[in-house]
Structure formats: structure tokens, C-alpha cells
Design a protein around this ligand. Structure first.
Ligand SMILES: Cc1cc2nc3c(=O)[nH]c(=O)nc-3n(C[C@H](O)[C@H](O)[C@H](O)COP(=O)(O)O)c2cc1C
Length: 393
């Protein structure tokens, strides 16, 4: 069965072509998509394109009903979870504001009993002009969800606000709508990725951590309503609202964590912080013809332990990457670092890979998750954190 049912309303604007890719992404992600187009939209792109992509007849007319009682303009939204208008023309926003119902799309919007979201797409002057801005604020008051618009270069050559959100971002916003906001109002501080401890000016001690698990947790937590600050060594595709702070070694990660921790609700340490660093960093580049050398190492600062043993009332989550005795070692880390939860994974089953297999451990229980991709695993870990925090209340 499809995950969610969406009516995708397409109105008359240049960005209508982008709705084709949006339809493809939604269908690929198992959404049930019913496309409804205005007459103007069909001037920009044919209904046939959307029929092929959605696998369903595209509805365009109030007078050609596909229900036995001829009431598809009312029946339609009854079976759907969300109406998304993308692109939403200035004209359609005006019609929506004032309850016009002179075609199928505007009629079904007026008769809807499900939420509606609009992705405006228009010239910067159409967007900023007073009538449109009045309509936008009325629609917001009426509970209409706005995805965008974005700012940038426009089809007409103007630059400014009014562009439809990028298709990928729009797709993410739609998916996001269906994610329960378990962390609404909560602040999460996280670390992710490996660190590097420099030996000389070009070489360093690092590890094979990819930062994928951290990115999956950061993005999922943000989608679940959290305000996320991520201290990381990895430049990745983080969601726009994530405050990513880039660091390189254990000391700079430690300093950034301490700088941001005071007003946080949750700390999640996903980073693979180097345990050792050279006792002395050499200046310049060590010459290749150096016959041999001994590298003296010393332990780095233990960020997780310092946060764990602090008096801060924050909910503390650690990760344990082990090569053997996984559960035993993770339980020891949970205890000695005074954590609320620890996520244990075997290095050979997780580090640098797309998939992972983890166990979530608290003082009393061990939950073994099946092997899964890191985004799915991130969701379960965050649900467990939310469950524990609600139990702690
Ligand atoms: C070439 C062309 C491009 C247009 N692009 C847009 C646009 O990007 N956004 C918009 O709001 N209107 C745009 N319009 C105007 C709308 O198509 C027009 O207001 C139409 O009545 C909208 O109808 P609808 O809201 O029923 O789809 C454009 C018109 C033309 C001729």
C-alpha cells in the first residue's frame, strides 16, 4: 500500500515543468499521486506527461467527473492526506484566498477536508506586490502551509524572491510534513565524522568514519522538529536549517561542543574522535628519505566523558564502535561516561558503509535493530531517544 496519498495541483506557470520531476520523485518514494491541472497549466506542459509519471488519469475538468454521482470536486480530497499546489500561480493564490471555485482544482481546494500546502512560483514583482502579499498573509492565517518561495534568478531574467523551491527541496518538504514532530521545541547538539590529528603540516592520524550516520541523524532530527547544531569534520548535504560548524581535530571539536552545550536539551556524540595524537606536531613536511622514525602518541581529550560527567541536565547519547565484545564494551562506556543511551555497532558492519546494524542500550535493556540503511536506523534511534525523554518526565 502507498505510504501517503497526495493531490498534486499544477497551475499555470513556467515552473510547471518542475512538477514532472516532483511527481517522479513522489511516485518513486511510494506516494500515491493524483495530479489535477488547471487549464492554464496545460498550456505549459501536457497532462499526458503526468499521466505517464503518476500512472493515473490526470484530472483537468470540473465537468468530466470520475465519480458515479458526478461530485469528484467534493469527493476528491476525502481520500487524500495532503493537497500540494506546485507551482502555485499568483492567480491561484488569489483564488484560494477568496474561496473561488470556478474550476476543478479551486473547487476541490474549497471543499477539502485535508491540509493544503502551496509552493508559490512567480516573478519577483508578482510576489512582492501588495495584493499577493495580502493574500499570502491571509492564507497563512487560514493555516495554508507554504513551501518557499526561494530567491534567485528567474525565467524572465529578474532576480529575487518568487522562484519555486528546488524540486529536491520541495520533495523533502512534502516528506517532512508526514514525519511526527517528536522534537518540537528541543535543541540537539551533535558531533559527527572522524577527526584528524596532524603529524606534520600535511599528514595526520584519522579514521574511516564517513559522517553518514551523523548526517542521517542530524537531518532526521531536524525533520522531527529539533533545532540541530552539528559539530563535524564532514561537508555533507545537510538540511538548510542545520547549524553545521566545521572542525578538524579532537581539541577543536571539544572547544566547539563546550561553547554550544549550555542551552541544549540533548547531546548525541556520533563522531569517531581520534583517541591519540602525536605528542609533538612537526613543522613543514617530513622528508621521505628519513630512514625511520618513532611517533610518540598521547591520548586526546575525551569529549563524551567530559559532557557525561558534567552537572548539565542534558540527555546524553553516545556511540560505541567496536571490533569485538560489542555489547560488553558499550555497556562499560555507558556506565563510565554516565550516558542515558548508547548506540553500539561493529566497525566491520557500519563504518564508512551505507547500511549499519546497531544495538540501542540503556541501563536495563538492549534493543537489537536489524541491518538497515542509516536513515532508517537514525529514525529508530531518535524515536528511542524521544521515548526515553518522555519516560524521564
Ligand atoms: C509565458 C507565461 C508564463 C507565466 N508564468 C507565470 C508564473 O511563473 N507564475 C504566475 O503566477 N503566473 C504566470 N503566468 C500567468 C498565469 O499563467 C496566469 O495568471 C493564469 O491565469 C494562471 O492560471 P491558473 O492559476 O488557473 O493556473 C504566466 C503566463 C505566461 C503567458
Amino acid at each position: 500500500m502507498a505510504s501517503h496519498k497526495i493531490i498534486l495541483g499544477i497551475t499555470g506557470g513556467i515552473a510547471a515543468y518542475k512538477a514532472a520531476e516532483l511527481t517522479r520523485l513522489l511516485v518513486k518514494d511510494d506516494f500515491d499521486v493524483q495530479v489535477v491541472m488547471t487549464e492554464s497549466a496545460s498550456q505549459f506542459i501536457t497532462p499526458l506527461t503526468f499521466q505517464a509519471l503518476s500512472g493515473k488519469e490526470v484530472l483537468t475538468s470540473l465537468w468530466k467527473s470520475n465519480t458515479s454521482n458526478g461530485m469528484s470536486h467534493i469527493e476528491l480530497s476525502r481520500n487524500y492526506d495532503l493537497i500540494v499546489i506546485a507551482p502555485a500561480s499568483a492567480n491561484f493564490l488569489a483564488k484560494l484566498t477568496h474561496g473561488f471555485a470556478d474550476d476543478l482544482l479551486s473547487s476541490l481546494c474549497l471543499a477539502r477536508n485535508c491540509p493544503i500546502a502551496v509552493a508559490p512560483a512567480m516573478n519577483v514583482h508578482m510576489w512582492t506586490n501588495q495584493p499577493t502579499q495580502r493574500n499570502v498573509s491571509q492564507l497563512q492565517q487560514d493555516g495554508v502551509i507554504f513551501f518557499g518561495p526561494d530567491s534567485g534568478e528567474q525565467a524572465c531574467g529578474d532576480i529575487g524572491l518568487g522562484r519555486m523551491l528546488d524540486t529536491e527541496e520541495l520533495f523533502r518538504s512534502i516528506k517532512n510534513h508526514f514525519i511526527p514532530k517528536l522534537f518540537k521545541g528541543k535543541k540537539i547538539l551533535m558531533t559527527s565524522g572522524g577527526t584528524i590529528e596532524m603529524i606534520d603540516d600535511v599528514r595526520g592520524i584519522t579514521n574511516i568514519s564517513s559522517g553518514k550516520m551523523g548526517a542521517a541523524i542530524a537531518n532526521t532530527a531536524e525533520s522531527m522538529g529539533a533545532k540541530v547544531t552539528l559539530i563535524t569534520s564532514n561537508h555533507k548535504d545537510y538540511l538548510k536549517n542545520i547549524n553545521a560548524i566545521y572542525v578538524s581535530d579532537a581539541q577543536s571539536m571539544h572547544d566547539a561542543v563546550l561553547k554550544h552545550i549550555s542551552d541544549q536539551d540533548i547531546f548525541i556524540s556520533v563522531a569517531a574522535v581520534s583517541d591519540f595524537k602525536p605528542k609533538e606536531k612537526l613543522n613543514g613536511k617530513l622528508k621521505k628519505d628519513t630512514a625511520s622514525m618513532n611517533l610518540q602518541l598521547e591520548p586526546t581529550i575525551d569529549i563524551l566523558k567530559e559532557v557525561g560527567l558534567s552537572k548539565n541536565k542534558i540527555f546524553k547519547v553516545g556511540f560505541a564502535a567496536e571490533s569485538e565484545n560489542l555489547i560488553e564494551n558499550a555497556k562499560k562506556k555507558l556506565r563510565t561516561k554516565n550516558l542515558d543511551l548508547i548506540v553500539a555497532n561493529l566497525i566491520q558492519e557500519s563504518m564508512g558503509l551505507e547500511d549499519t546494524k546497531v544495538s540501542i542500550i540503556d541501563k536495563n535493556t538492549v534493543i537489537d535493530l536489524p541491518k538497515s540503511n542509516k536513515i532508517e536506523t537514525a529514525k529508530v534511534i531518535l524515536e528511542e531517544i524521544a521515548r526515553h525523554m518522555s519516560m524521564d518526565k
